[in-house]
Each structure stands twice: as C-alpha cells, then as structure tokens.
Design a protein around this ligand. Sequence first.
Ligand code: SF4
Length: 329
Amino acid sequence: MLSASEITELLAVRGDDQERLFARARACRRAAHGDNVYVRGVTEVTNVCTVNCDYCPMRKDNTADNDIYWLSTDELVAAAGAVRASGINVVLFQAGEAGRTTRVVGEALPRIRALFGDDVEIMLNLGNKSRDDYAYLRDQGATTYILKHESANPEINQRMRHESLESRLRCMTDLLELGYRVGTGGIVGLPGQTLVDIADDIVLARDMGVHMCSFTPFVPAARTPLEGHPPGDVDVTLNAVAASRIVAPHWLIPSVSALEKTATGGQGRGYAAGANVLTINFTPDKNLDQYLIYGEQRFVVRGDYAARLLADTGLTASRSPYTVAARAA
Ligand code: SF4
C-alpha cells in the first residue's frame, strides 16, 4: 500500500518518470476494468447554490446577478430520454447546492427507472443534504452519489468553501451507510495547497472506502474572489489521477473536461494516466450557458467530441454494471 509520502513523490514526477507512472496506472486499470470507459450523461438541474465557494461563479453572492434557471421534472425525464437514446445507461443529475433539488430530482427518478426498465445507474451530484433526503433519493432510485471533499486540508476547505470539511465528511458517511456508491475528489491548485495536501486527498478517499475519485485542475473564473489566481497544474492533476489508480485500481476515475479547458489535449492525457470515465453533457442548449461552473467559457463535452476522444484513446465505451436492477438483485 502506498504511503502518503510515496504518493507525494509520485505527484511531482515529470518526463520519463511520469511516463512510467502513467504506464503503471494503465496496467492497474487494465487488470481491474479491462479497456472499458464508463460513459455518463450529465444534466445540470439548476445554477442556484446556497454555498459560497471562492472558486465558483455560481456562488451564493453571485446569485442575484446570474441568469437563474431550474429544469422541471418533465425536463429531467426528457433529458434522461436523450441519454437513453444515445445508448448510455448512467444518468447523472448535477446542480449547485439547493434544498429544492431533492423534490425536483426525486420526483423524476421513478419515471426514469421506468423509462430504462431499471437498467440504469442513477447518479446524483447535488451537494450536502440531510440523511433523510439522501434516504428518500435512494428509495426513489438513486444508486450513486458524487460529493467531492475538494480538499482534505480542513483549513483550505473552510477558507475556500466557507464550510467545514467535517460537515462534508459527515454527508459522505451518511451516503456510504445508506448503501450508495460514492464518488469524491479534490481540486488541484487552490491557494496555499501543497503536494502533501493532494496526497492526503487520495488517502482520505481510500480510508473512507469510496468507489470513485476524481481530480480537477483549478480554473480561475471571472466574478469570483480567485479570478486572478493561476490555474491548477495539469501535470500534478494527471499525476493525481495516476496515483489514485495505483492506490485503488477498482475506482472509477473520470478524465474531466476542465483538463481540456486548461490544456488542449489534457482530457485525452487523463486516459493515458489511468482514468476510465467519460461524461457527456445533456443539459438543454437553452440552459447550457447559464450553468457557470468554471466560468462562462467552460469546455462542454458533447457527443461528437466524446466519440473522437474515445477513438483516440483506443478504449471501449461501456455501460454501467451498477444499475438499479443490479442493486435489487
Ligand atoms: Fe455551489 Fe458547487 Fe459552486 Fe460551491 S462549487 S458554489 S457548492 S455550485
């Protein structure tokens, strides 16, 4: 088992050492997952958020100036229909943190299960909620939940998110105890963050027993307190992906669109570093520009780009093995 200090050393490698790290990560991926890349279809439910993260344009302080939208339950079901028509059976609903998402999304889930005949993995990324809300969403059909801890350093978490790491970890524990498959992860390049902090992100995910972990380079966005801060280092982010794969070969690990936004070709390098998840955006065109995560010029993954990206990796697009039907069996 890799120690935190060994992971920290891996995060710093470059050149030939980095290529060797990536090759080792790919071997771990192949042993655990073959050549499969699990494809998700994400729909962004609302751009309202009650949290005030310093790096995010959807932060609470910006709400009054943002062009607010909410998708209806009918629109969520329609988006899931488009996901299904694309041959994808992982339906991901993502939003800022807002209490109303429990009802709007929860009411859509039984209809989506029926649409897929339960051959669907319903994945949510809706932030901190009460244990009762998580239980309700699970009973409606959600199988998986992404709740990134963002930074394992409690001081950075409090300074960047104005919330405690402890409250985040309590939600992750609730989700695990309720039987969700849970994904977490961190941001690379936050002010004051060290490689030791990023190694701790991986150790925290391993020790909590999550099923998925992702790393995203920090992307400076206009109208945020961090708009003048430099972007996160893509090589460190890719090394974090590779180290995660070696630490936990069974994890699902995305190669995120923010890698492409930060460096052309960055998302493809994520697969070379051992990632095995691709997320395609199904948010309706009319709302796409209103979902401001990473800022107004974010890089959006649509089907045509995803097909080219996958072809370049030589990996195989795959459906989820973790469906509602599989959980019931
Ligand atoms: Fe809200 Fe998420 Fe943005 Fe933080 S990162 S302000 S929780 S939408």
